[in-house]
Each structure stands twice: as C-alpha cells, then as structure tokens.
Ligand binder design. Structure first.
Ligand code: GTP
Ligand code: MG
Length: 195
C-alpha cells in the first residue's frame, strides 16, 4: 500500500467536531501504551505523524488522519491506565461510547493487543463491546519484535482463547519497530473495505 498523503484533519473531543464527509473510518482501540499510535505511523510510513510516548496516556483526543484522500485512521486514547482519575475515566467512556456506538463512517476497528501478554479483562470487554455493536474487528498482536519466533504461535493461541474470538475474526502478528506484519495488516484491512 502506497501512502501518498496524510493530513491530521481534527483532534476531536465531541461529536460535532467529527469530519463531515462520507469517507470510511478505521478506528484503533487498545490498552494505553500498547502501540496504537505507533501502528498508524508504521502503516503510513510516517515516523512521528501520530504522537507516541514511552509513558501511557499520550493520545487524549480522537485524532482523524485522512489518508490518500480516501479514508481515515482514527487514533484514540487507550484504556486501562491505572493512574487516571475517576472523572477522566468517565470522560474517556463517554467519548468512546459516543464514537463507537453511533458513527456510521466507522467500518473497521483495529484492536491492538501485546503479543507478549495475555489480554486483560479490559481487552476482553472492548472486544465484546465491538461485537455487540456489530463493528468488524481486526486484531493486531503488536511488539512481535520482543517475542522469540519459537514463542509466537503459543502467544497467538493465548490471545485467541482469552478474547474468545469469533471464527470470522483473525489475529495478525505485527511490529511497529521492525515493520513485520505490515503487508498482512493492509491485506486484512482491504478485505473489509476498498482502500
Ligand atoms: P496511548 O496513546 O497512551 O494510549 O498509547 P499508544 O497505544 O498509542 O502507544 P504508543 O504508540 O505511543 O507506543 C507506546 C510505546 O510502545 C512507545 O514507547 C513505542 O515506541 C512502543 N512501541 C509501540 N509499538 C512497538 C513495537 O511494535 N515494538 C516495540 N519494541 N515497541 C513498540
Ligand atoms: Mg497513542
């Protein structure tokens, strides 16, 4: 996939700010610090277009990146960061629920999990939530550069069992660091939409 143009159109906190056009959207989802913004950067080959950080809680708004004047990647704040106040968590919940439950342009959610770890209860709930709203899900198991080849299959199995994934869903191993899995991820995305 050749990415010729990328534009950050808006960092939105409320519905009225979402782009007002018919282009399809691919949203990210996943734990704070799991690598959502890094996934976008690797997919579009722009090193620091989406801001990343070694500290959790970097992305705070819904960031709409317009790609090839054809579709959006929507970067979102992560969940599960313990040092967040109750008020912040509620704000996050409202913002995410509004977007995921009612956005017609949302055609696919890329749920990012860490290949090294068993998915958390929050990951399970997020997957369940997407299934409930009938939103197609592509699961990406990232940071594969940190897992020895001999352990990857086992980790994929742990992820698929813990999330209790539906037969129609698949998991693509990926690394934003090395770029492994990038073409497979594009191929999977293209099976859901014409990008
Ligand atoms: P929030 O915006 O806080 O929710 O985090 P995020 O999910 O967007 O994570 P982000 O992309 O900012 O990455 C978090 C940290 O993980 C950064 O230090 C990245 O460099 C690192 N990281 C992301 N993907 C990979 C990967 O595939 N391999 C390795 N080794 N590190 C990664
Ligand atoms: Mg981020």
């Amino acid at each position: 996939m050749k990415v010729n143009s990328v534009e950050l159109v808006i960092s939105a906190v409320k519905e009225q700010q979402y782009p007002n056009d018919p282009f399809p959207e691919i949203a990210l989802a996943g734990r704070s610090n799991v690598g959502k913004s890094s996934f976008i950067n690797r997919m579009i080959q722009r090193k620091s277009m989406a801001r990343t950080s070694a500290k959790p809680g970097k992305t705070q708004t819904l960031n709409f990146y317009f790609i090839n004047e054809n579709f959006y990647f929507v970067d979102v704040p992560g969940y599960g960061y313990a040092k967040v106040s109750k008020k912040e968590r509620e704000k996050w919940g409202t913002m995410m629920e509004t977007y995921f439950s009612s956005r017609e342009e949302l055609k696919l959610t890329v749920l990012i999990v860490d290949l090294r770890h068993k998915p958390t209860e929050d990951d399970f709930l997020m997957y369940d939530f997407l299934k409930y709203y009938d939103i197609p899900v592509l699961i990406i198991a990232t940071k594969m550069d940190k897992v020895p080849k001999s352990k990857r299959q086992k980790q994929l199995k742990v992820i698929s069992e813990t999330l209790d994934i539906e037969p129609e869903d698949r998991i693509v191993p990926f690394s934003a660091e090395s770029g492994e899995g990038k073409e497979e991820a594009w191929k999977a995305i293209r099976s859901y939409m014409n990008v």
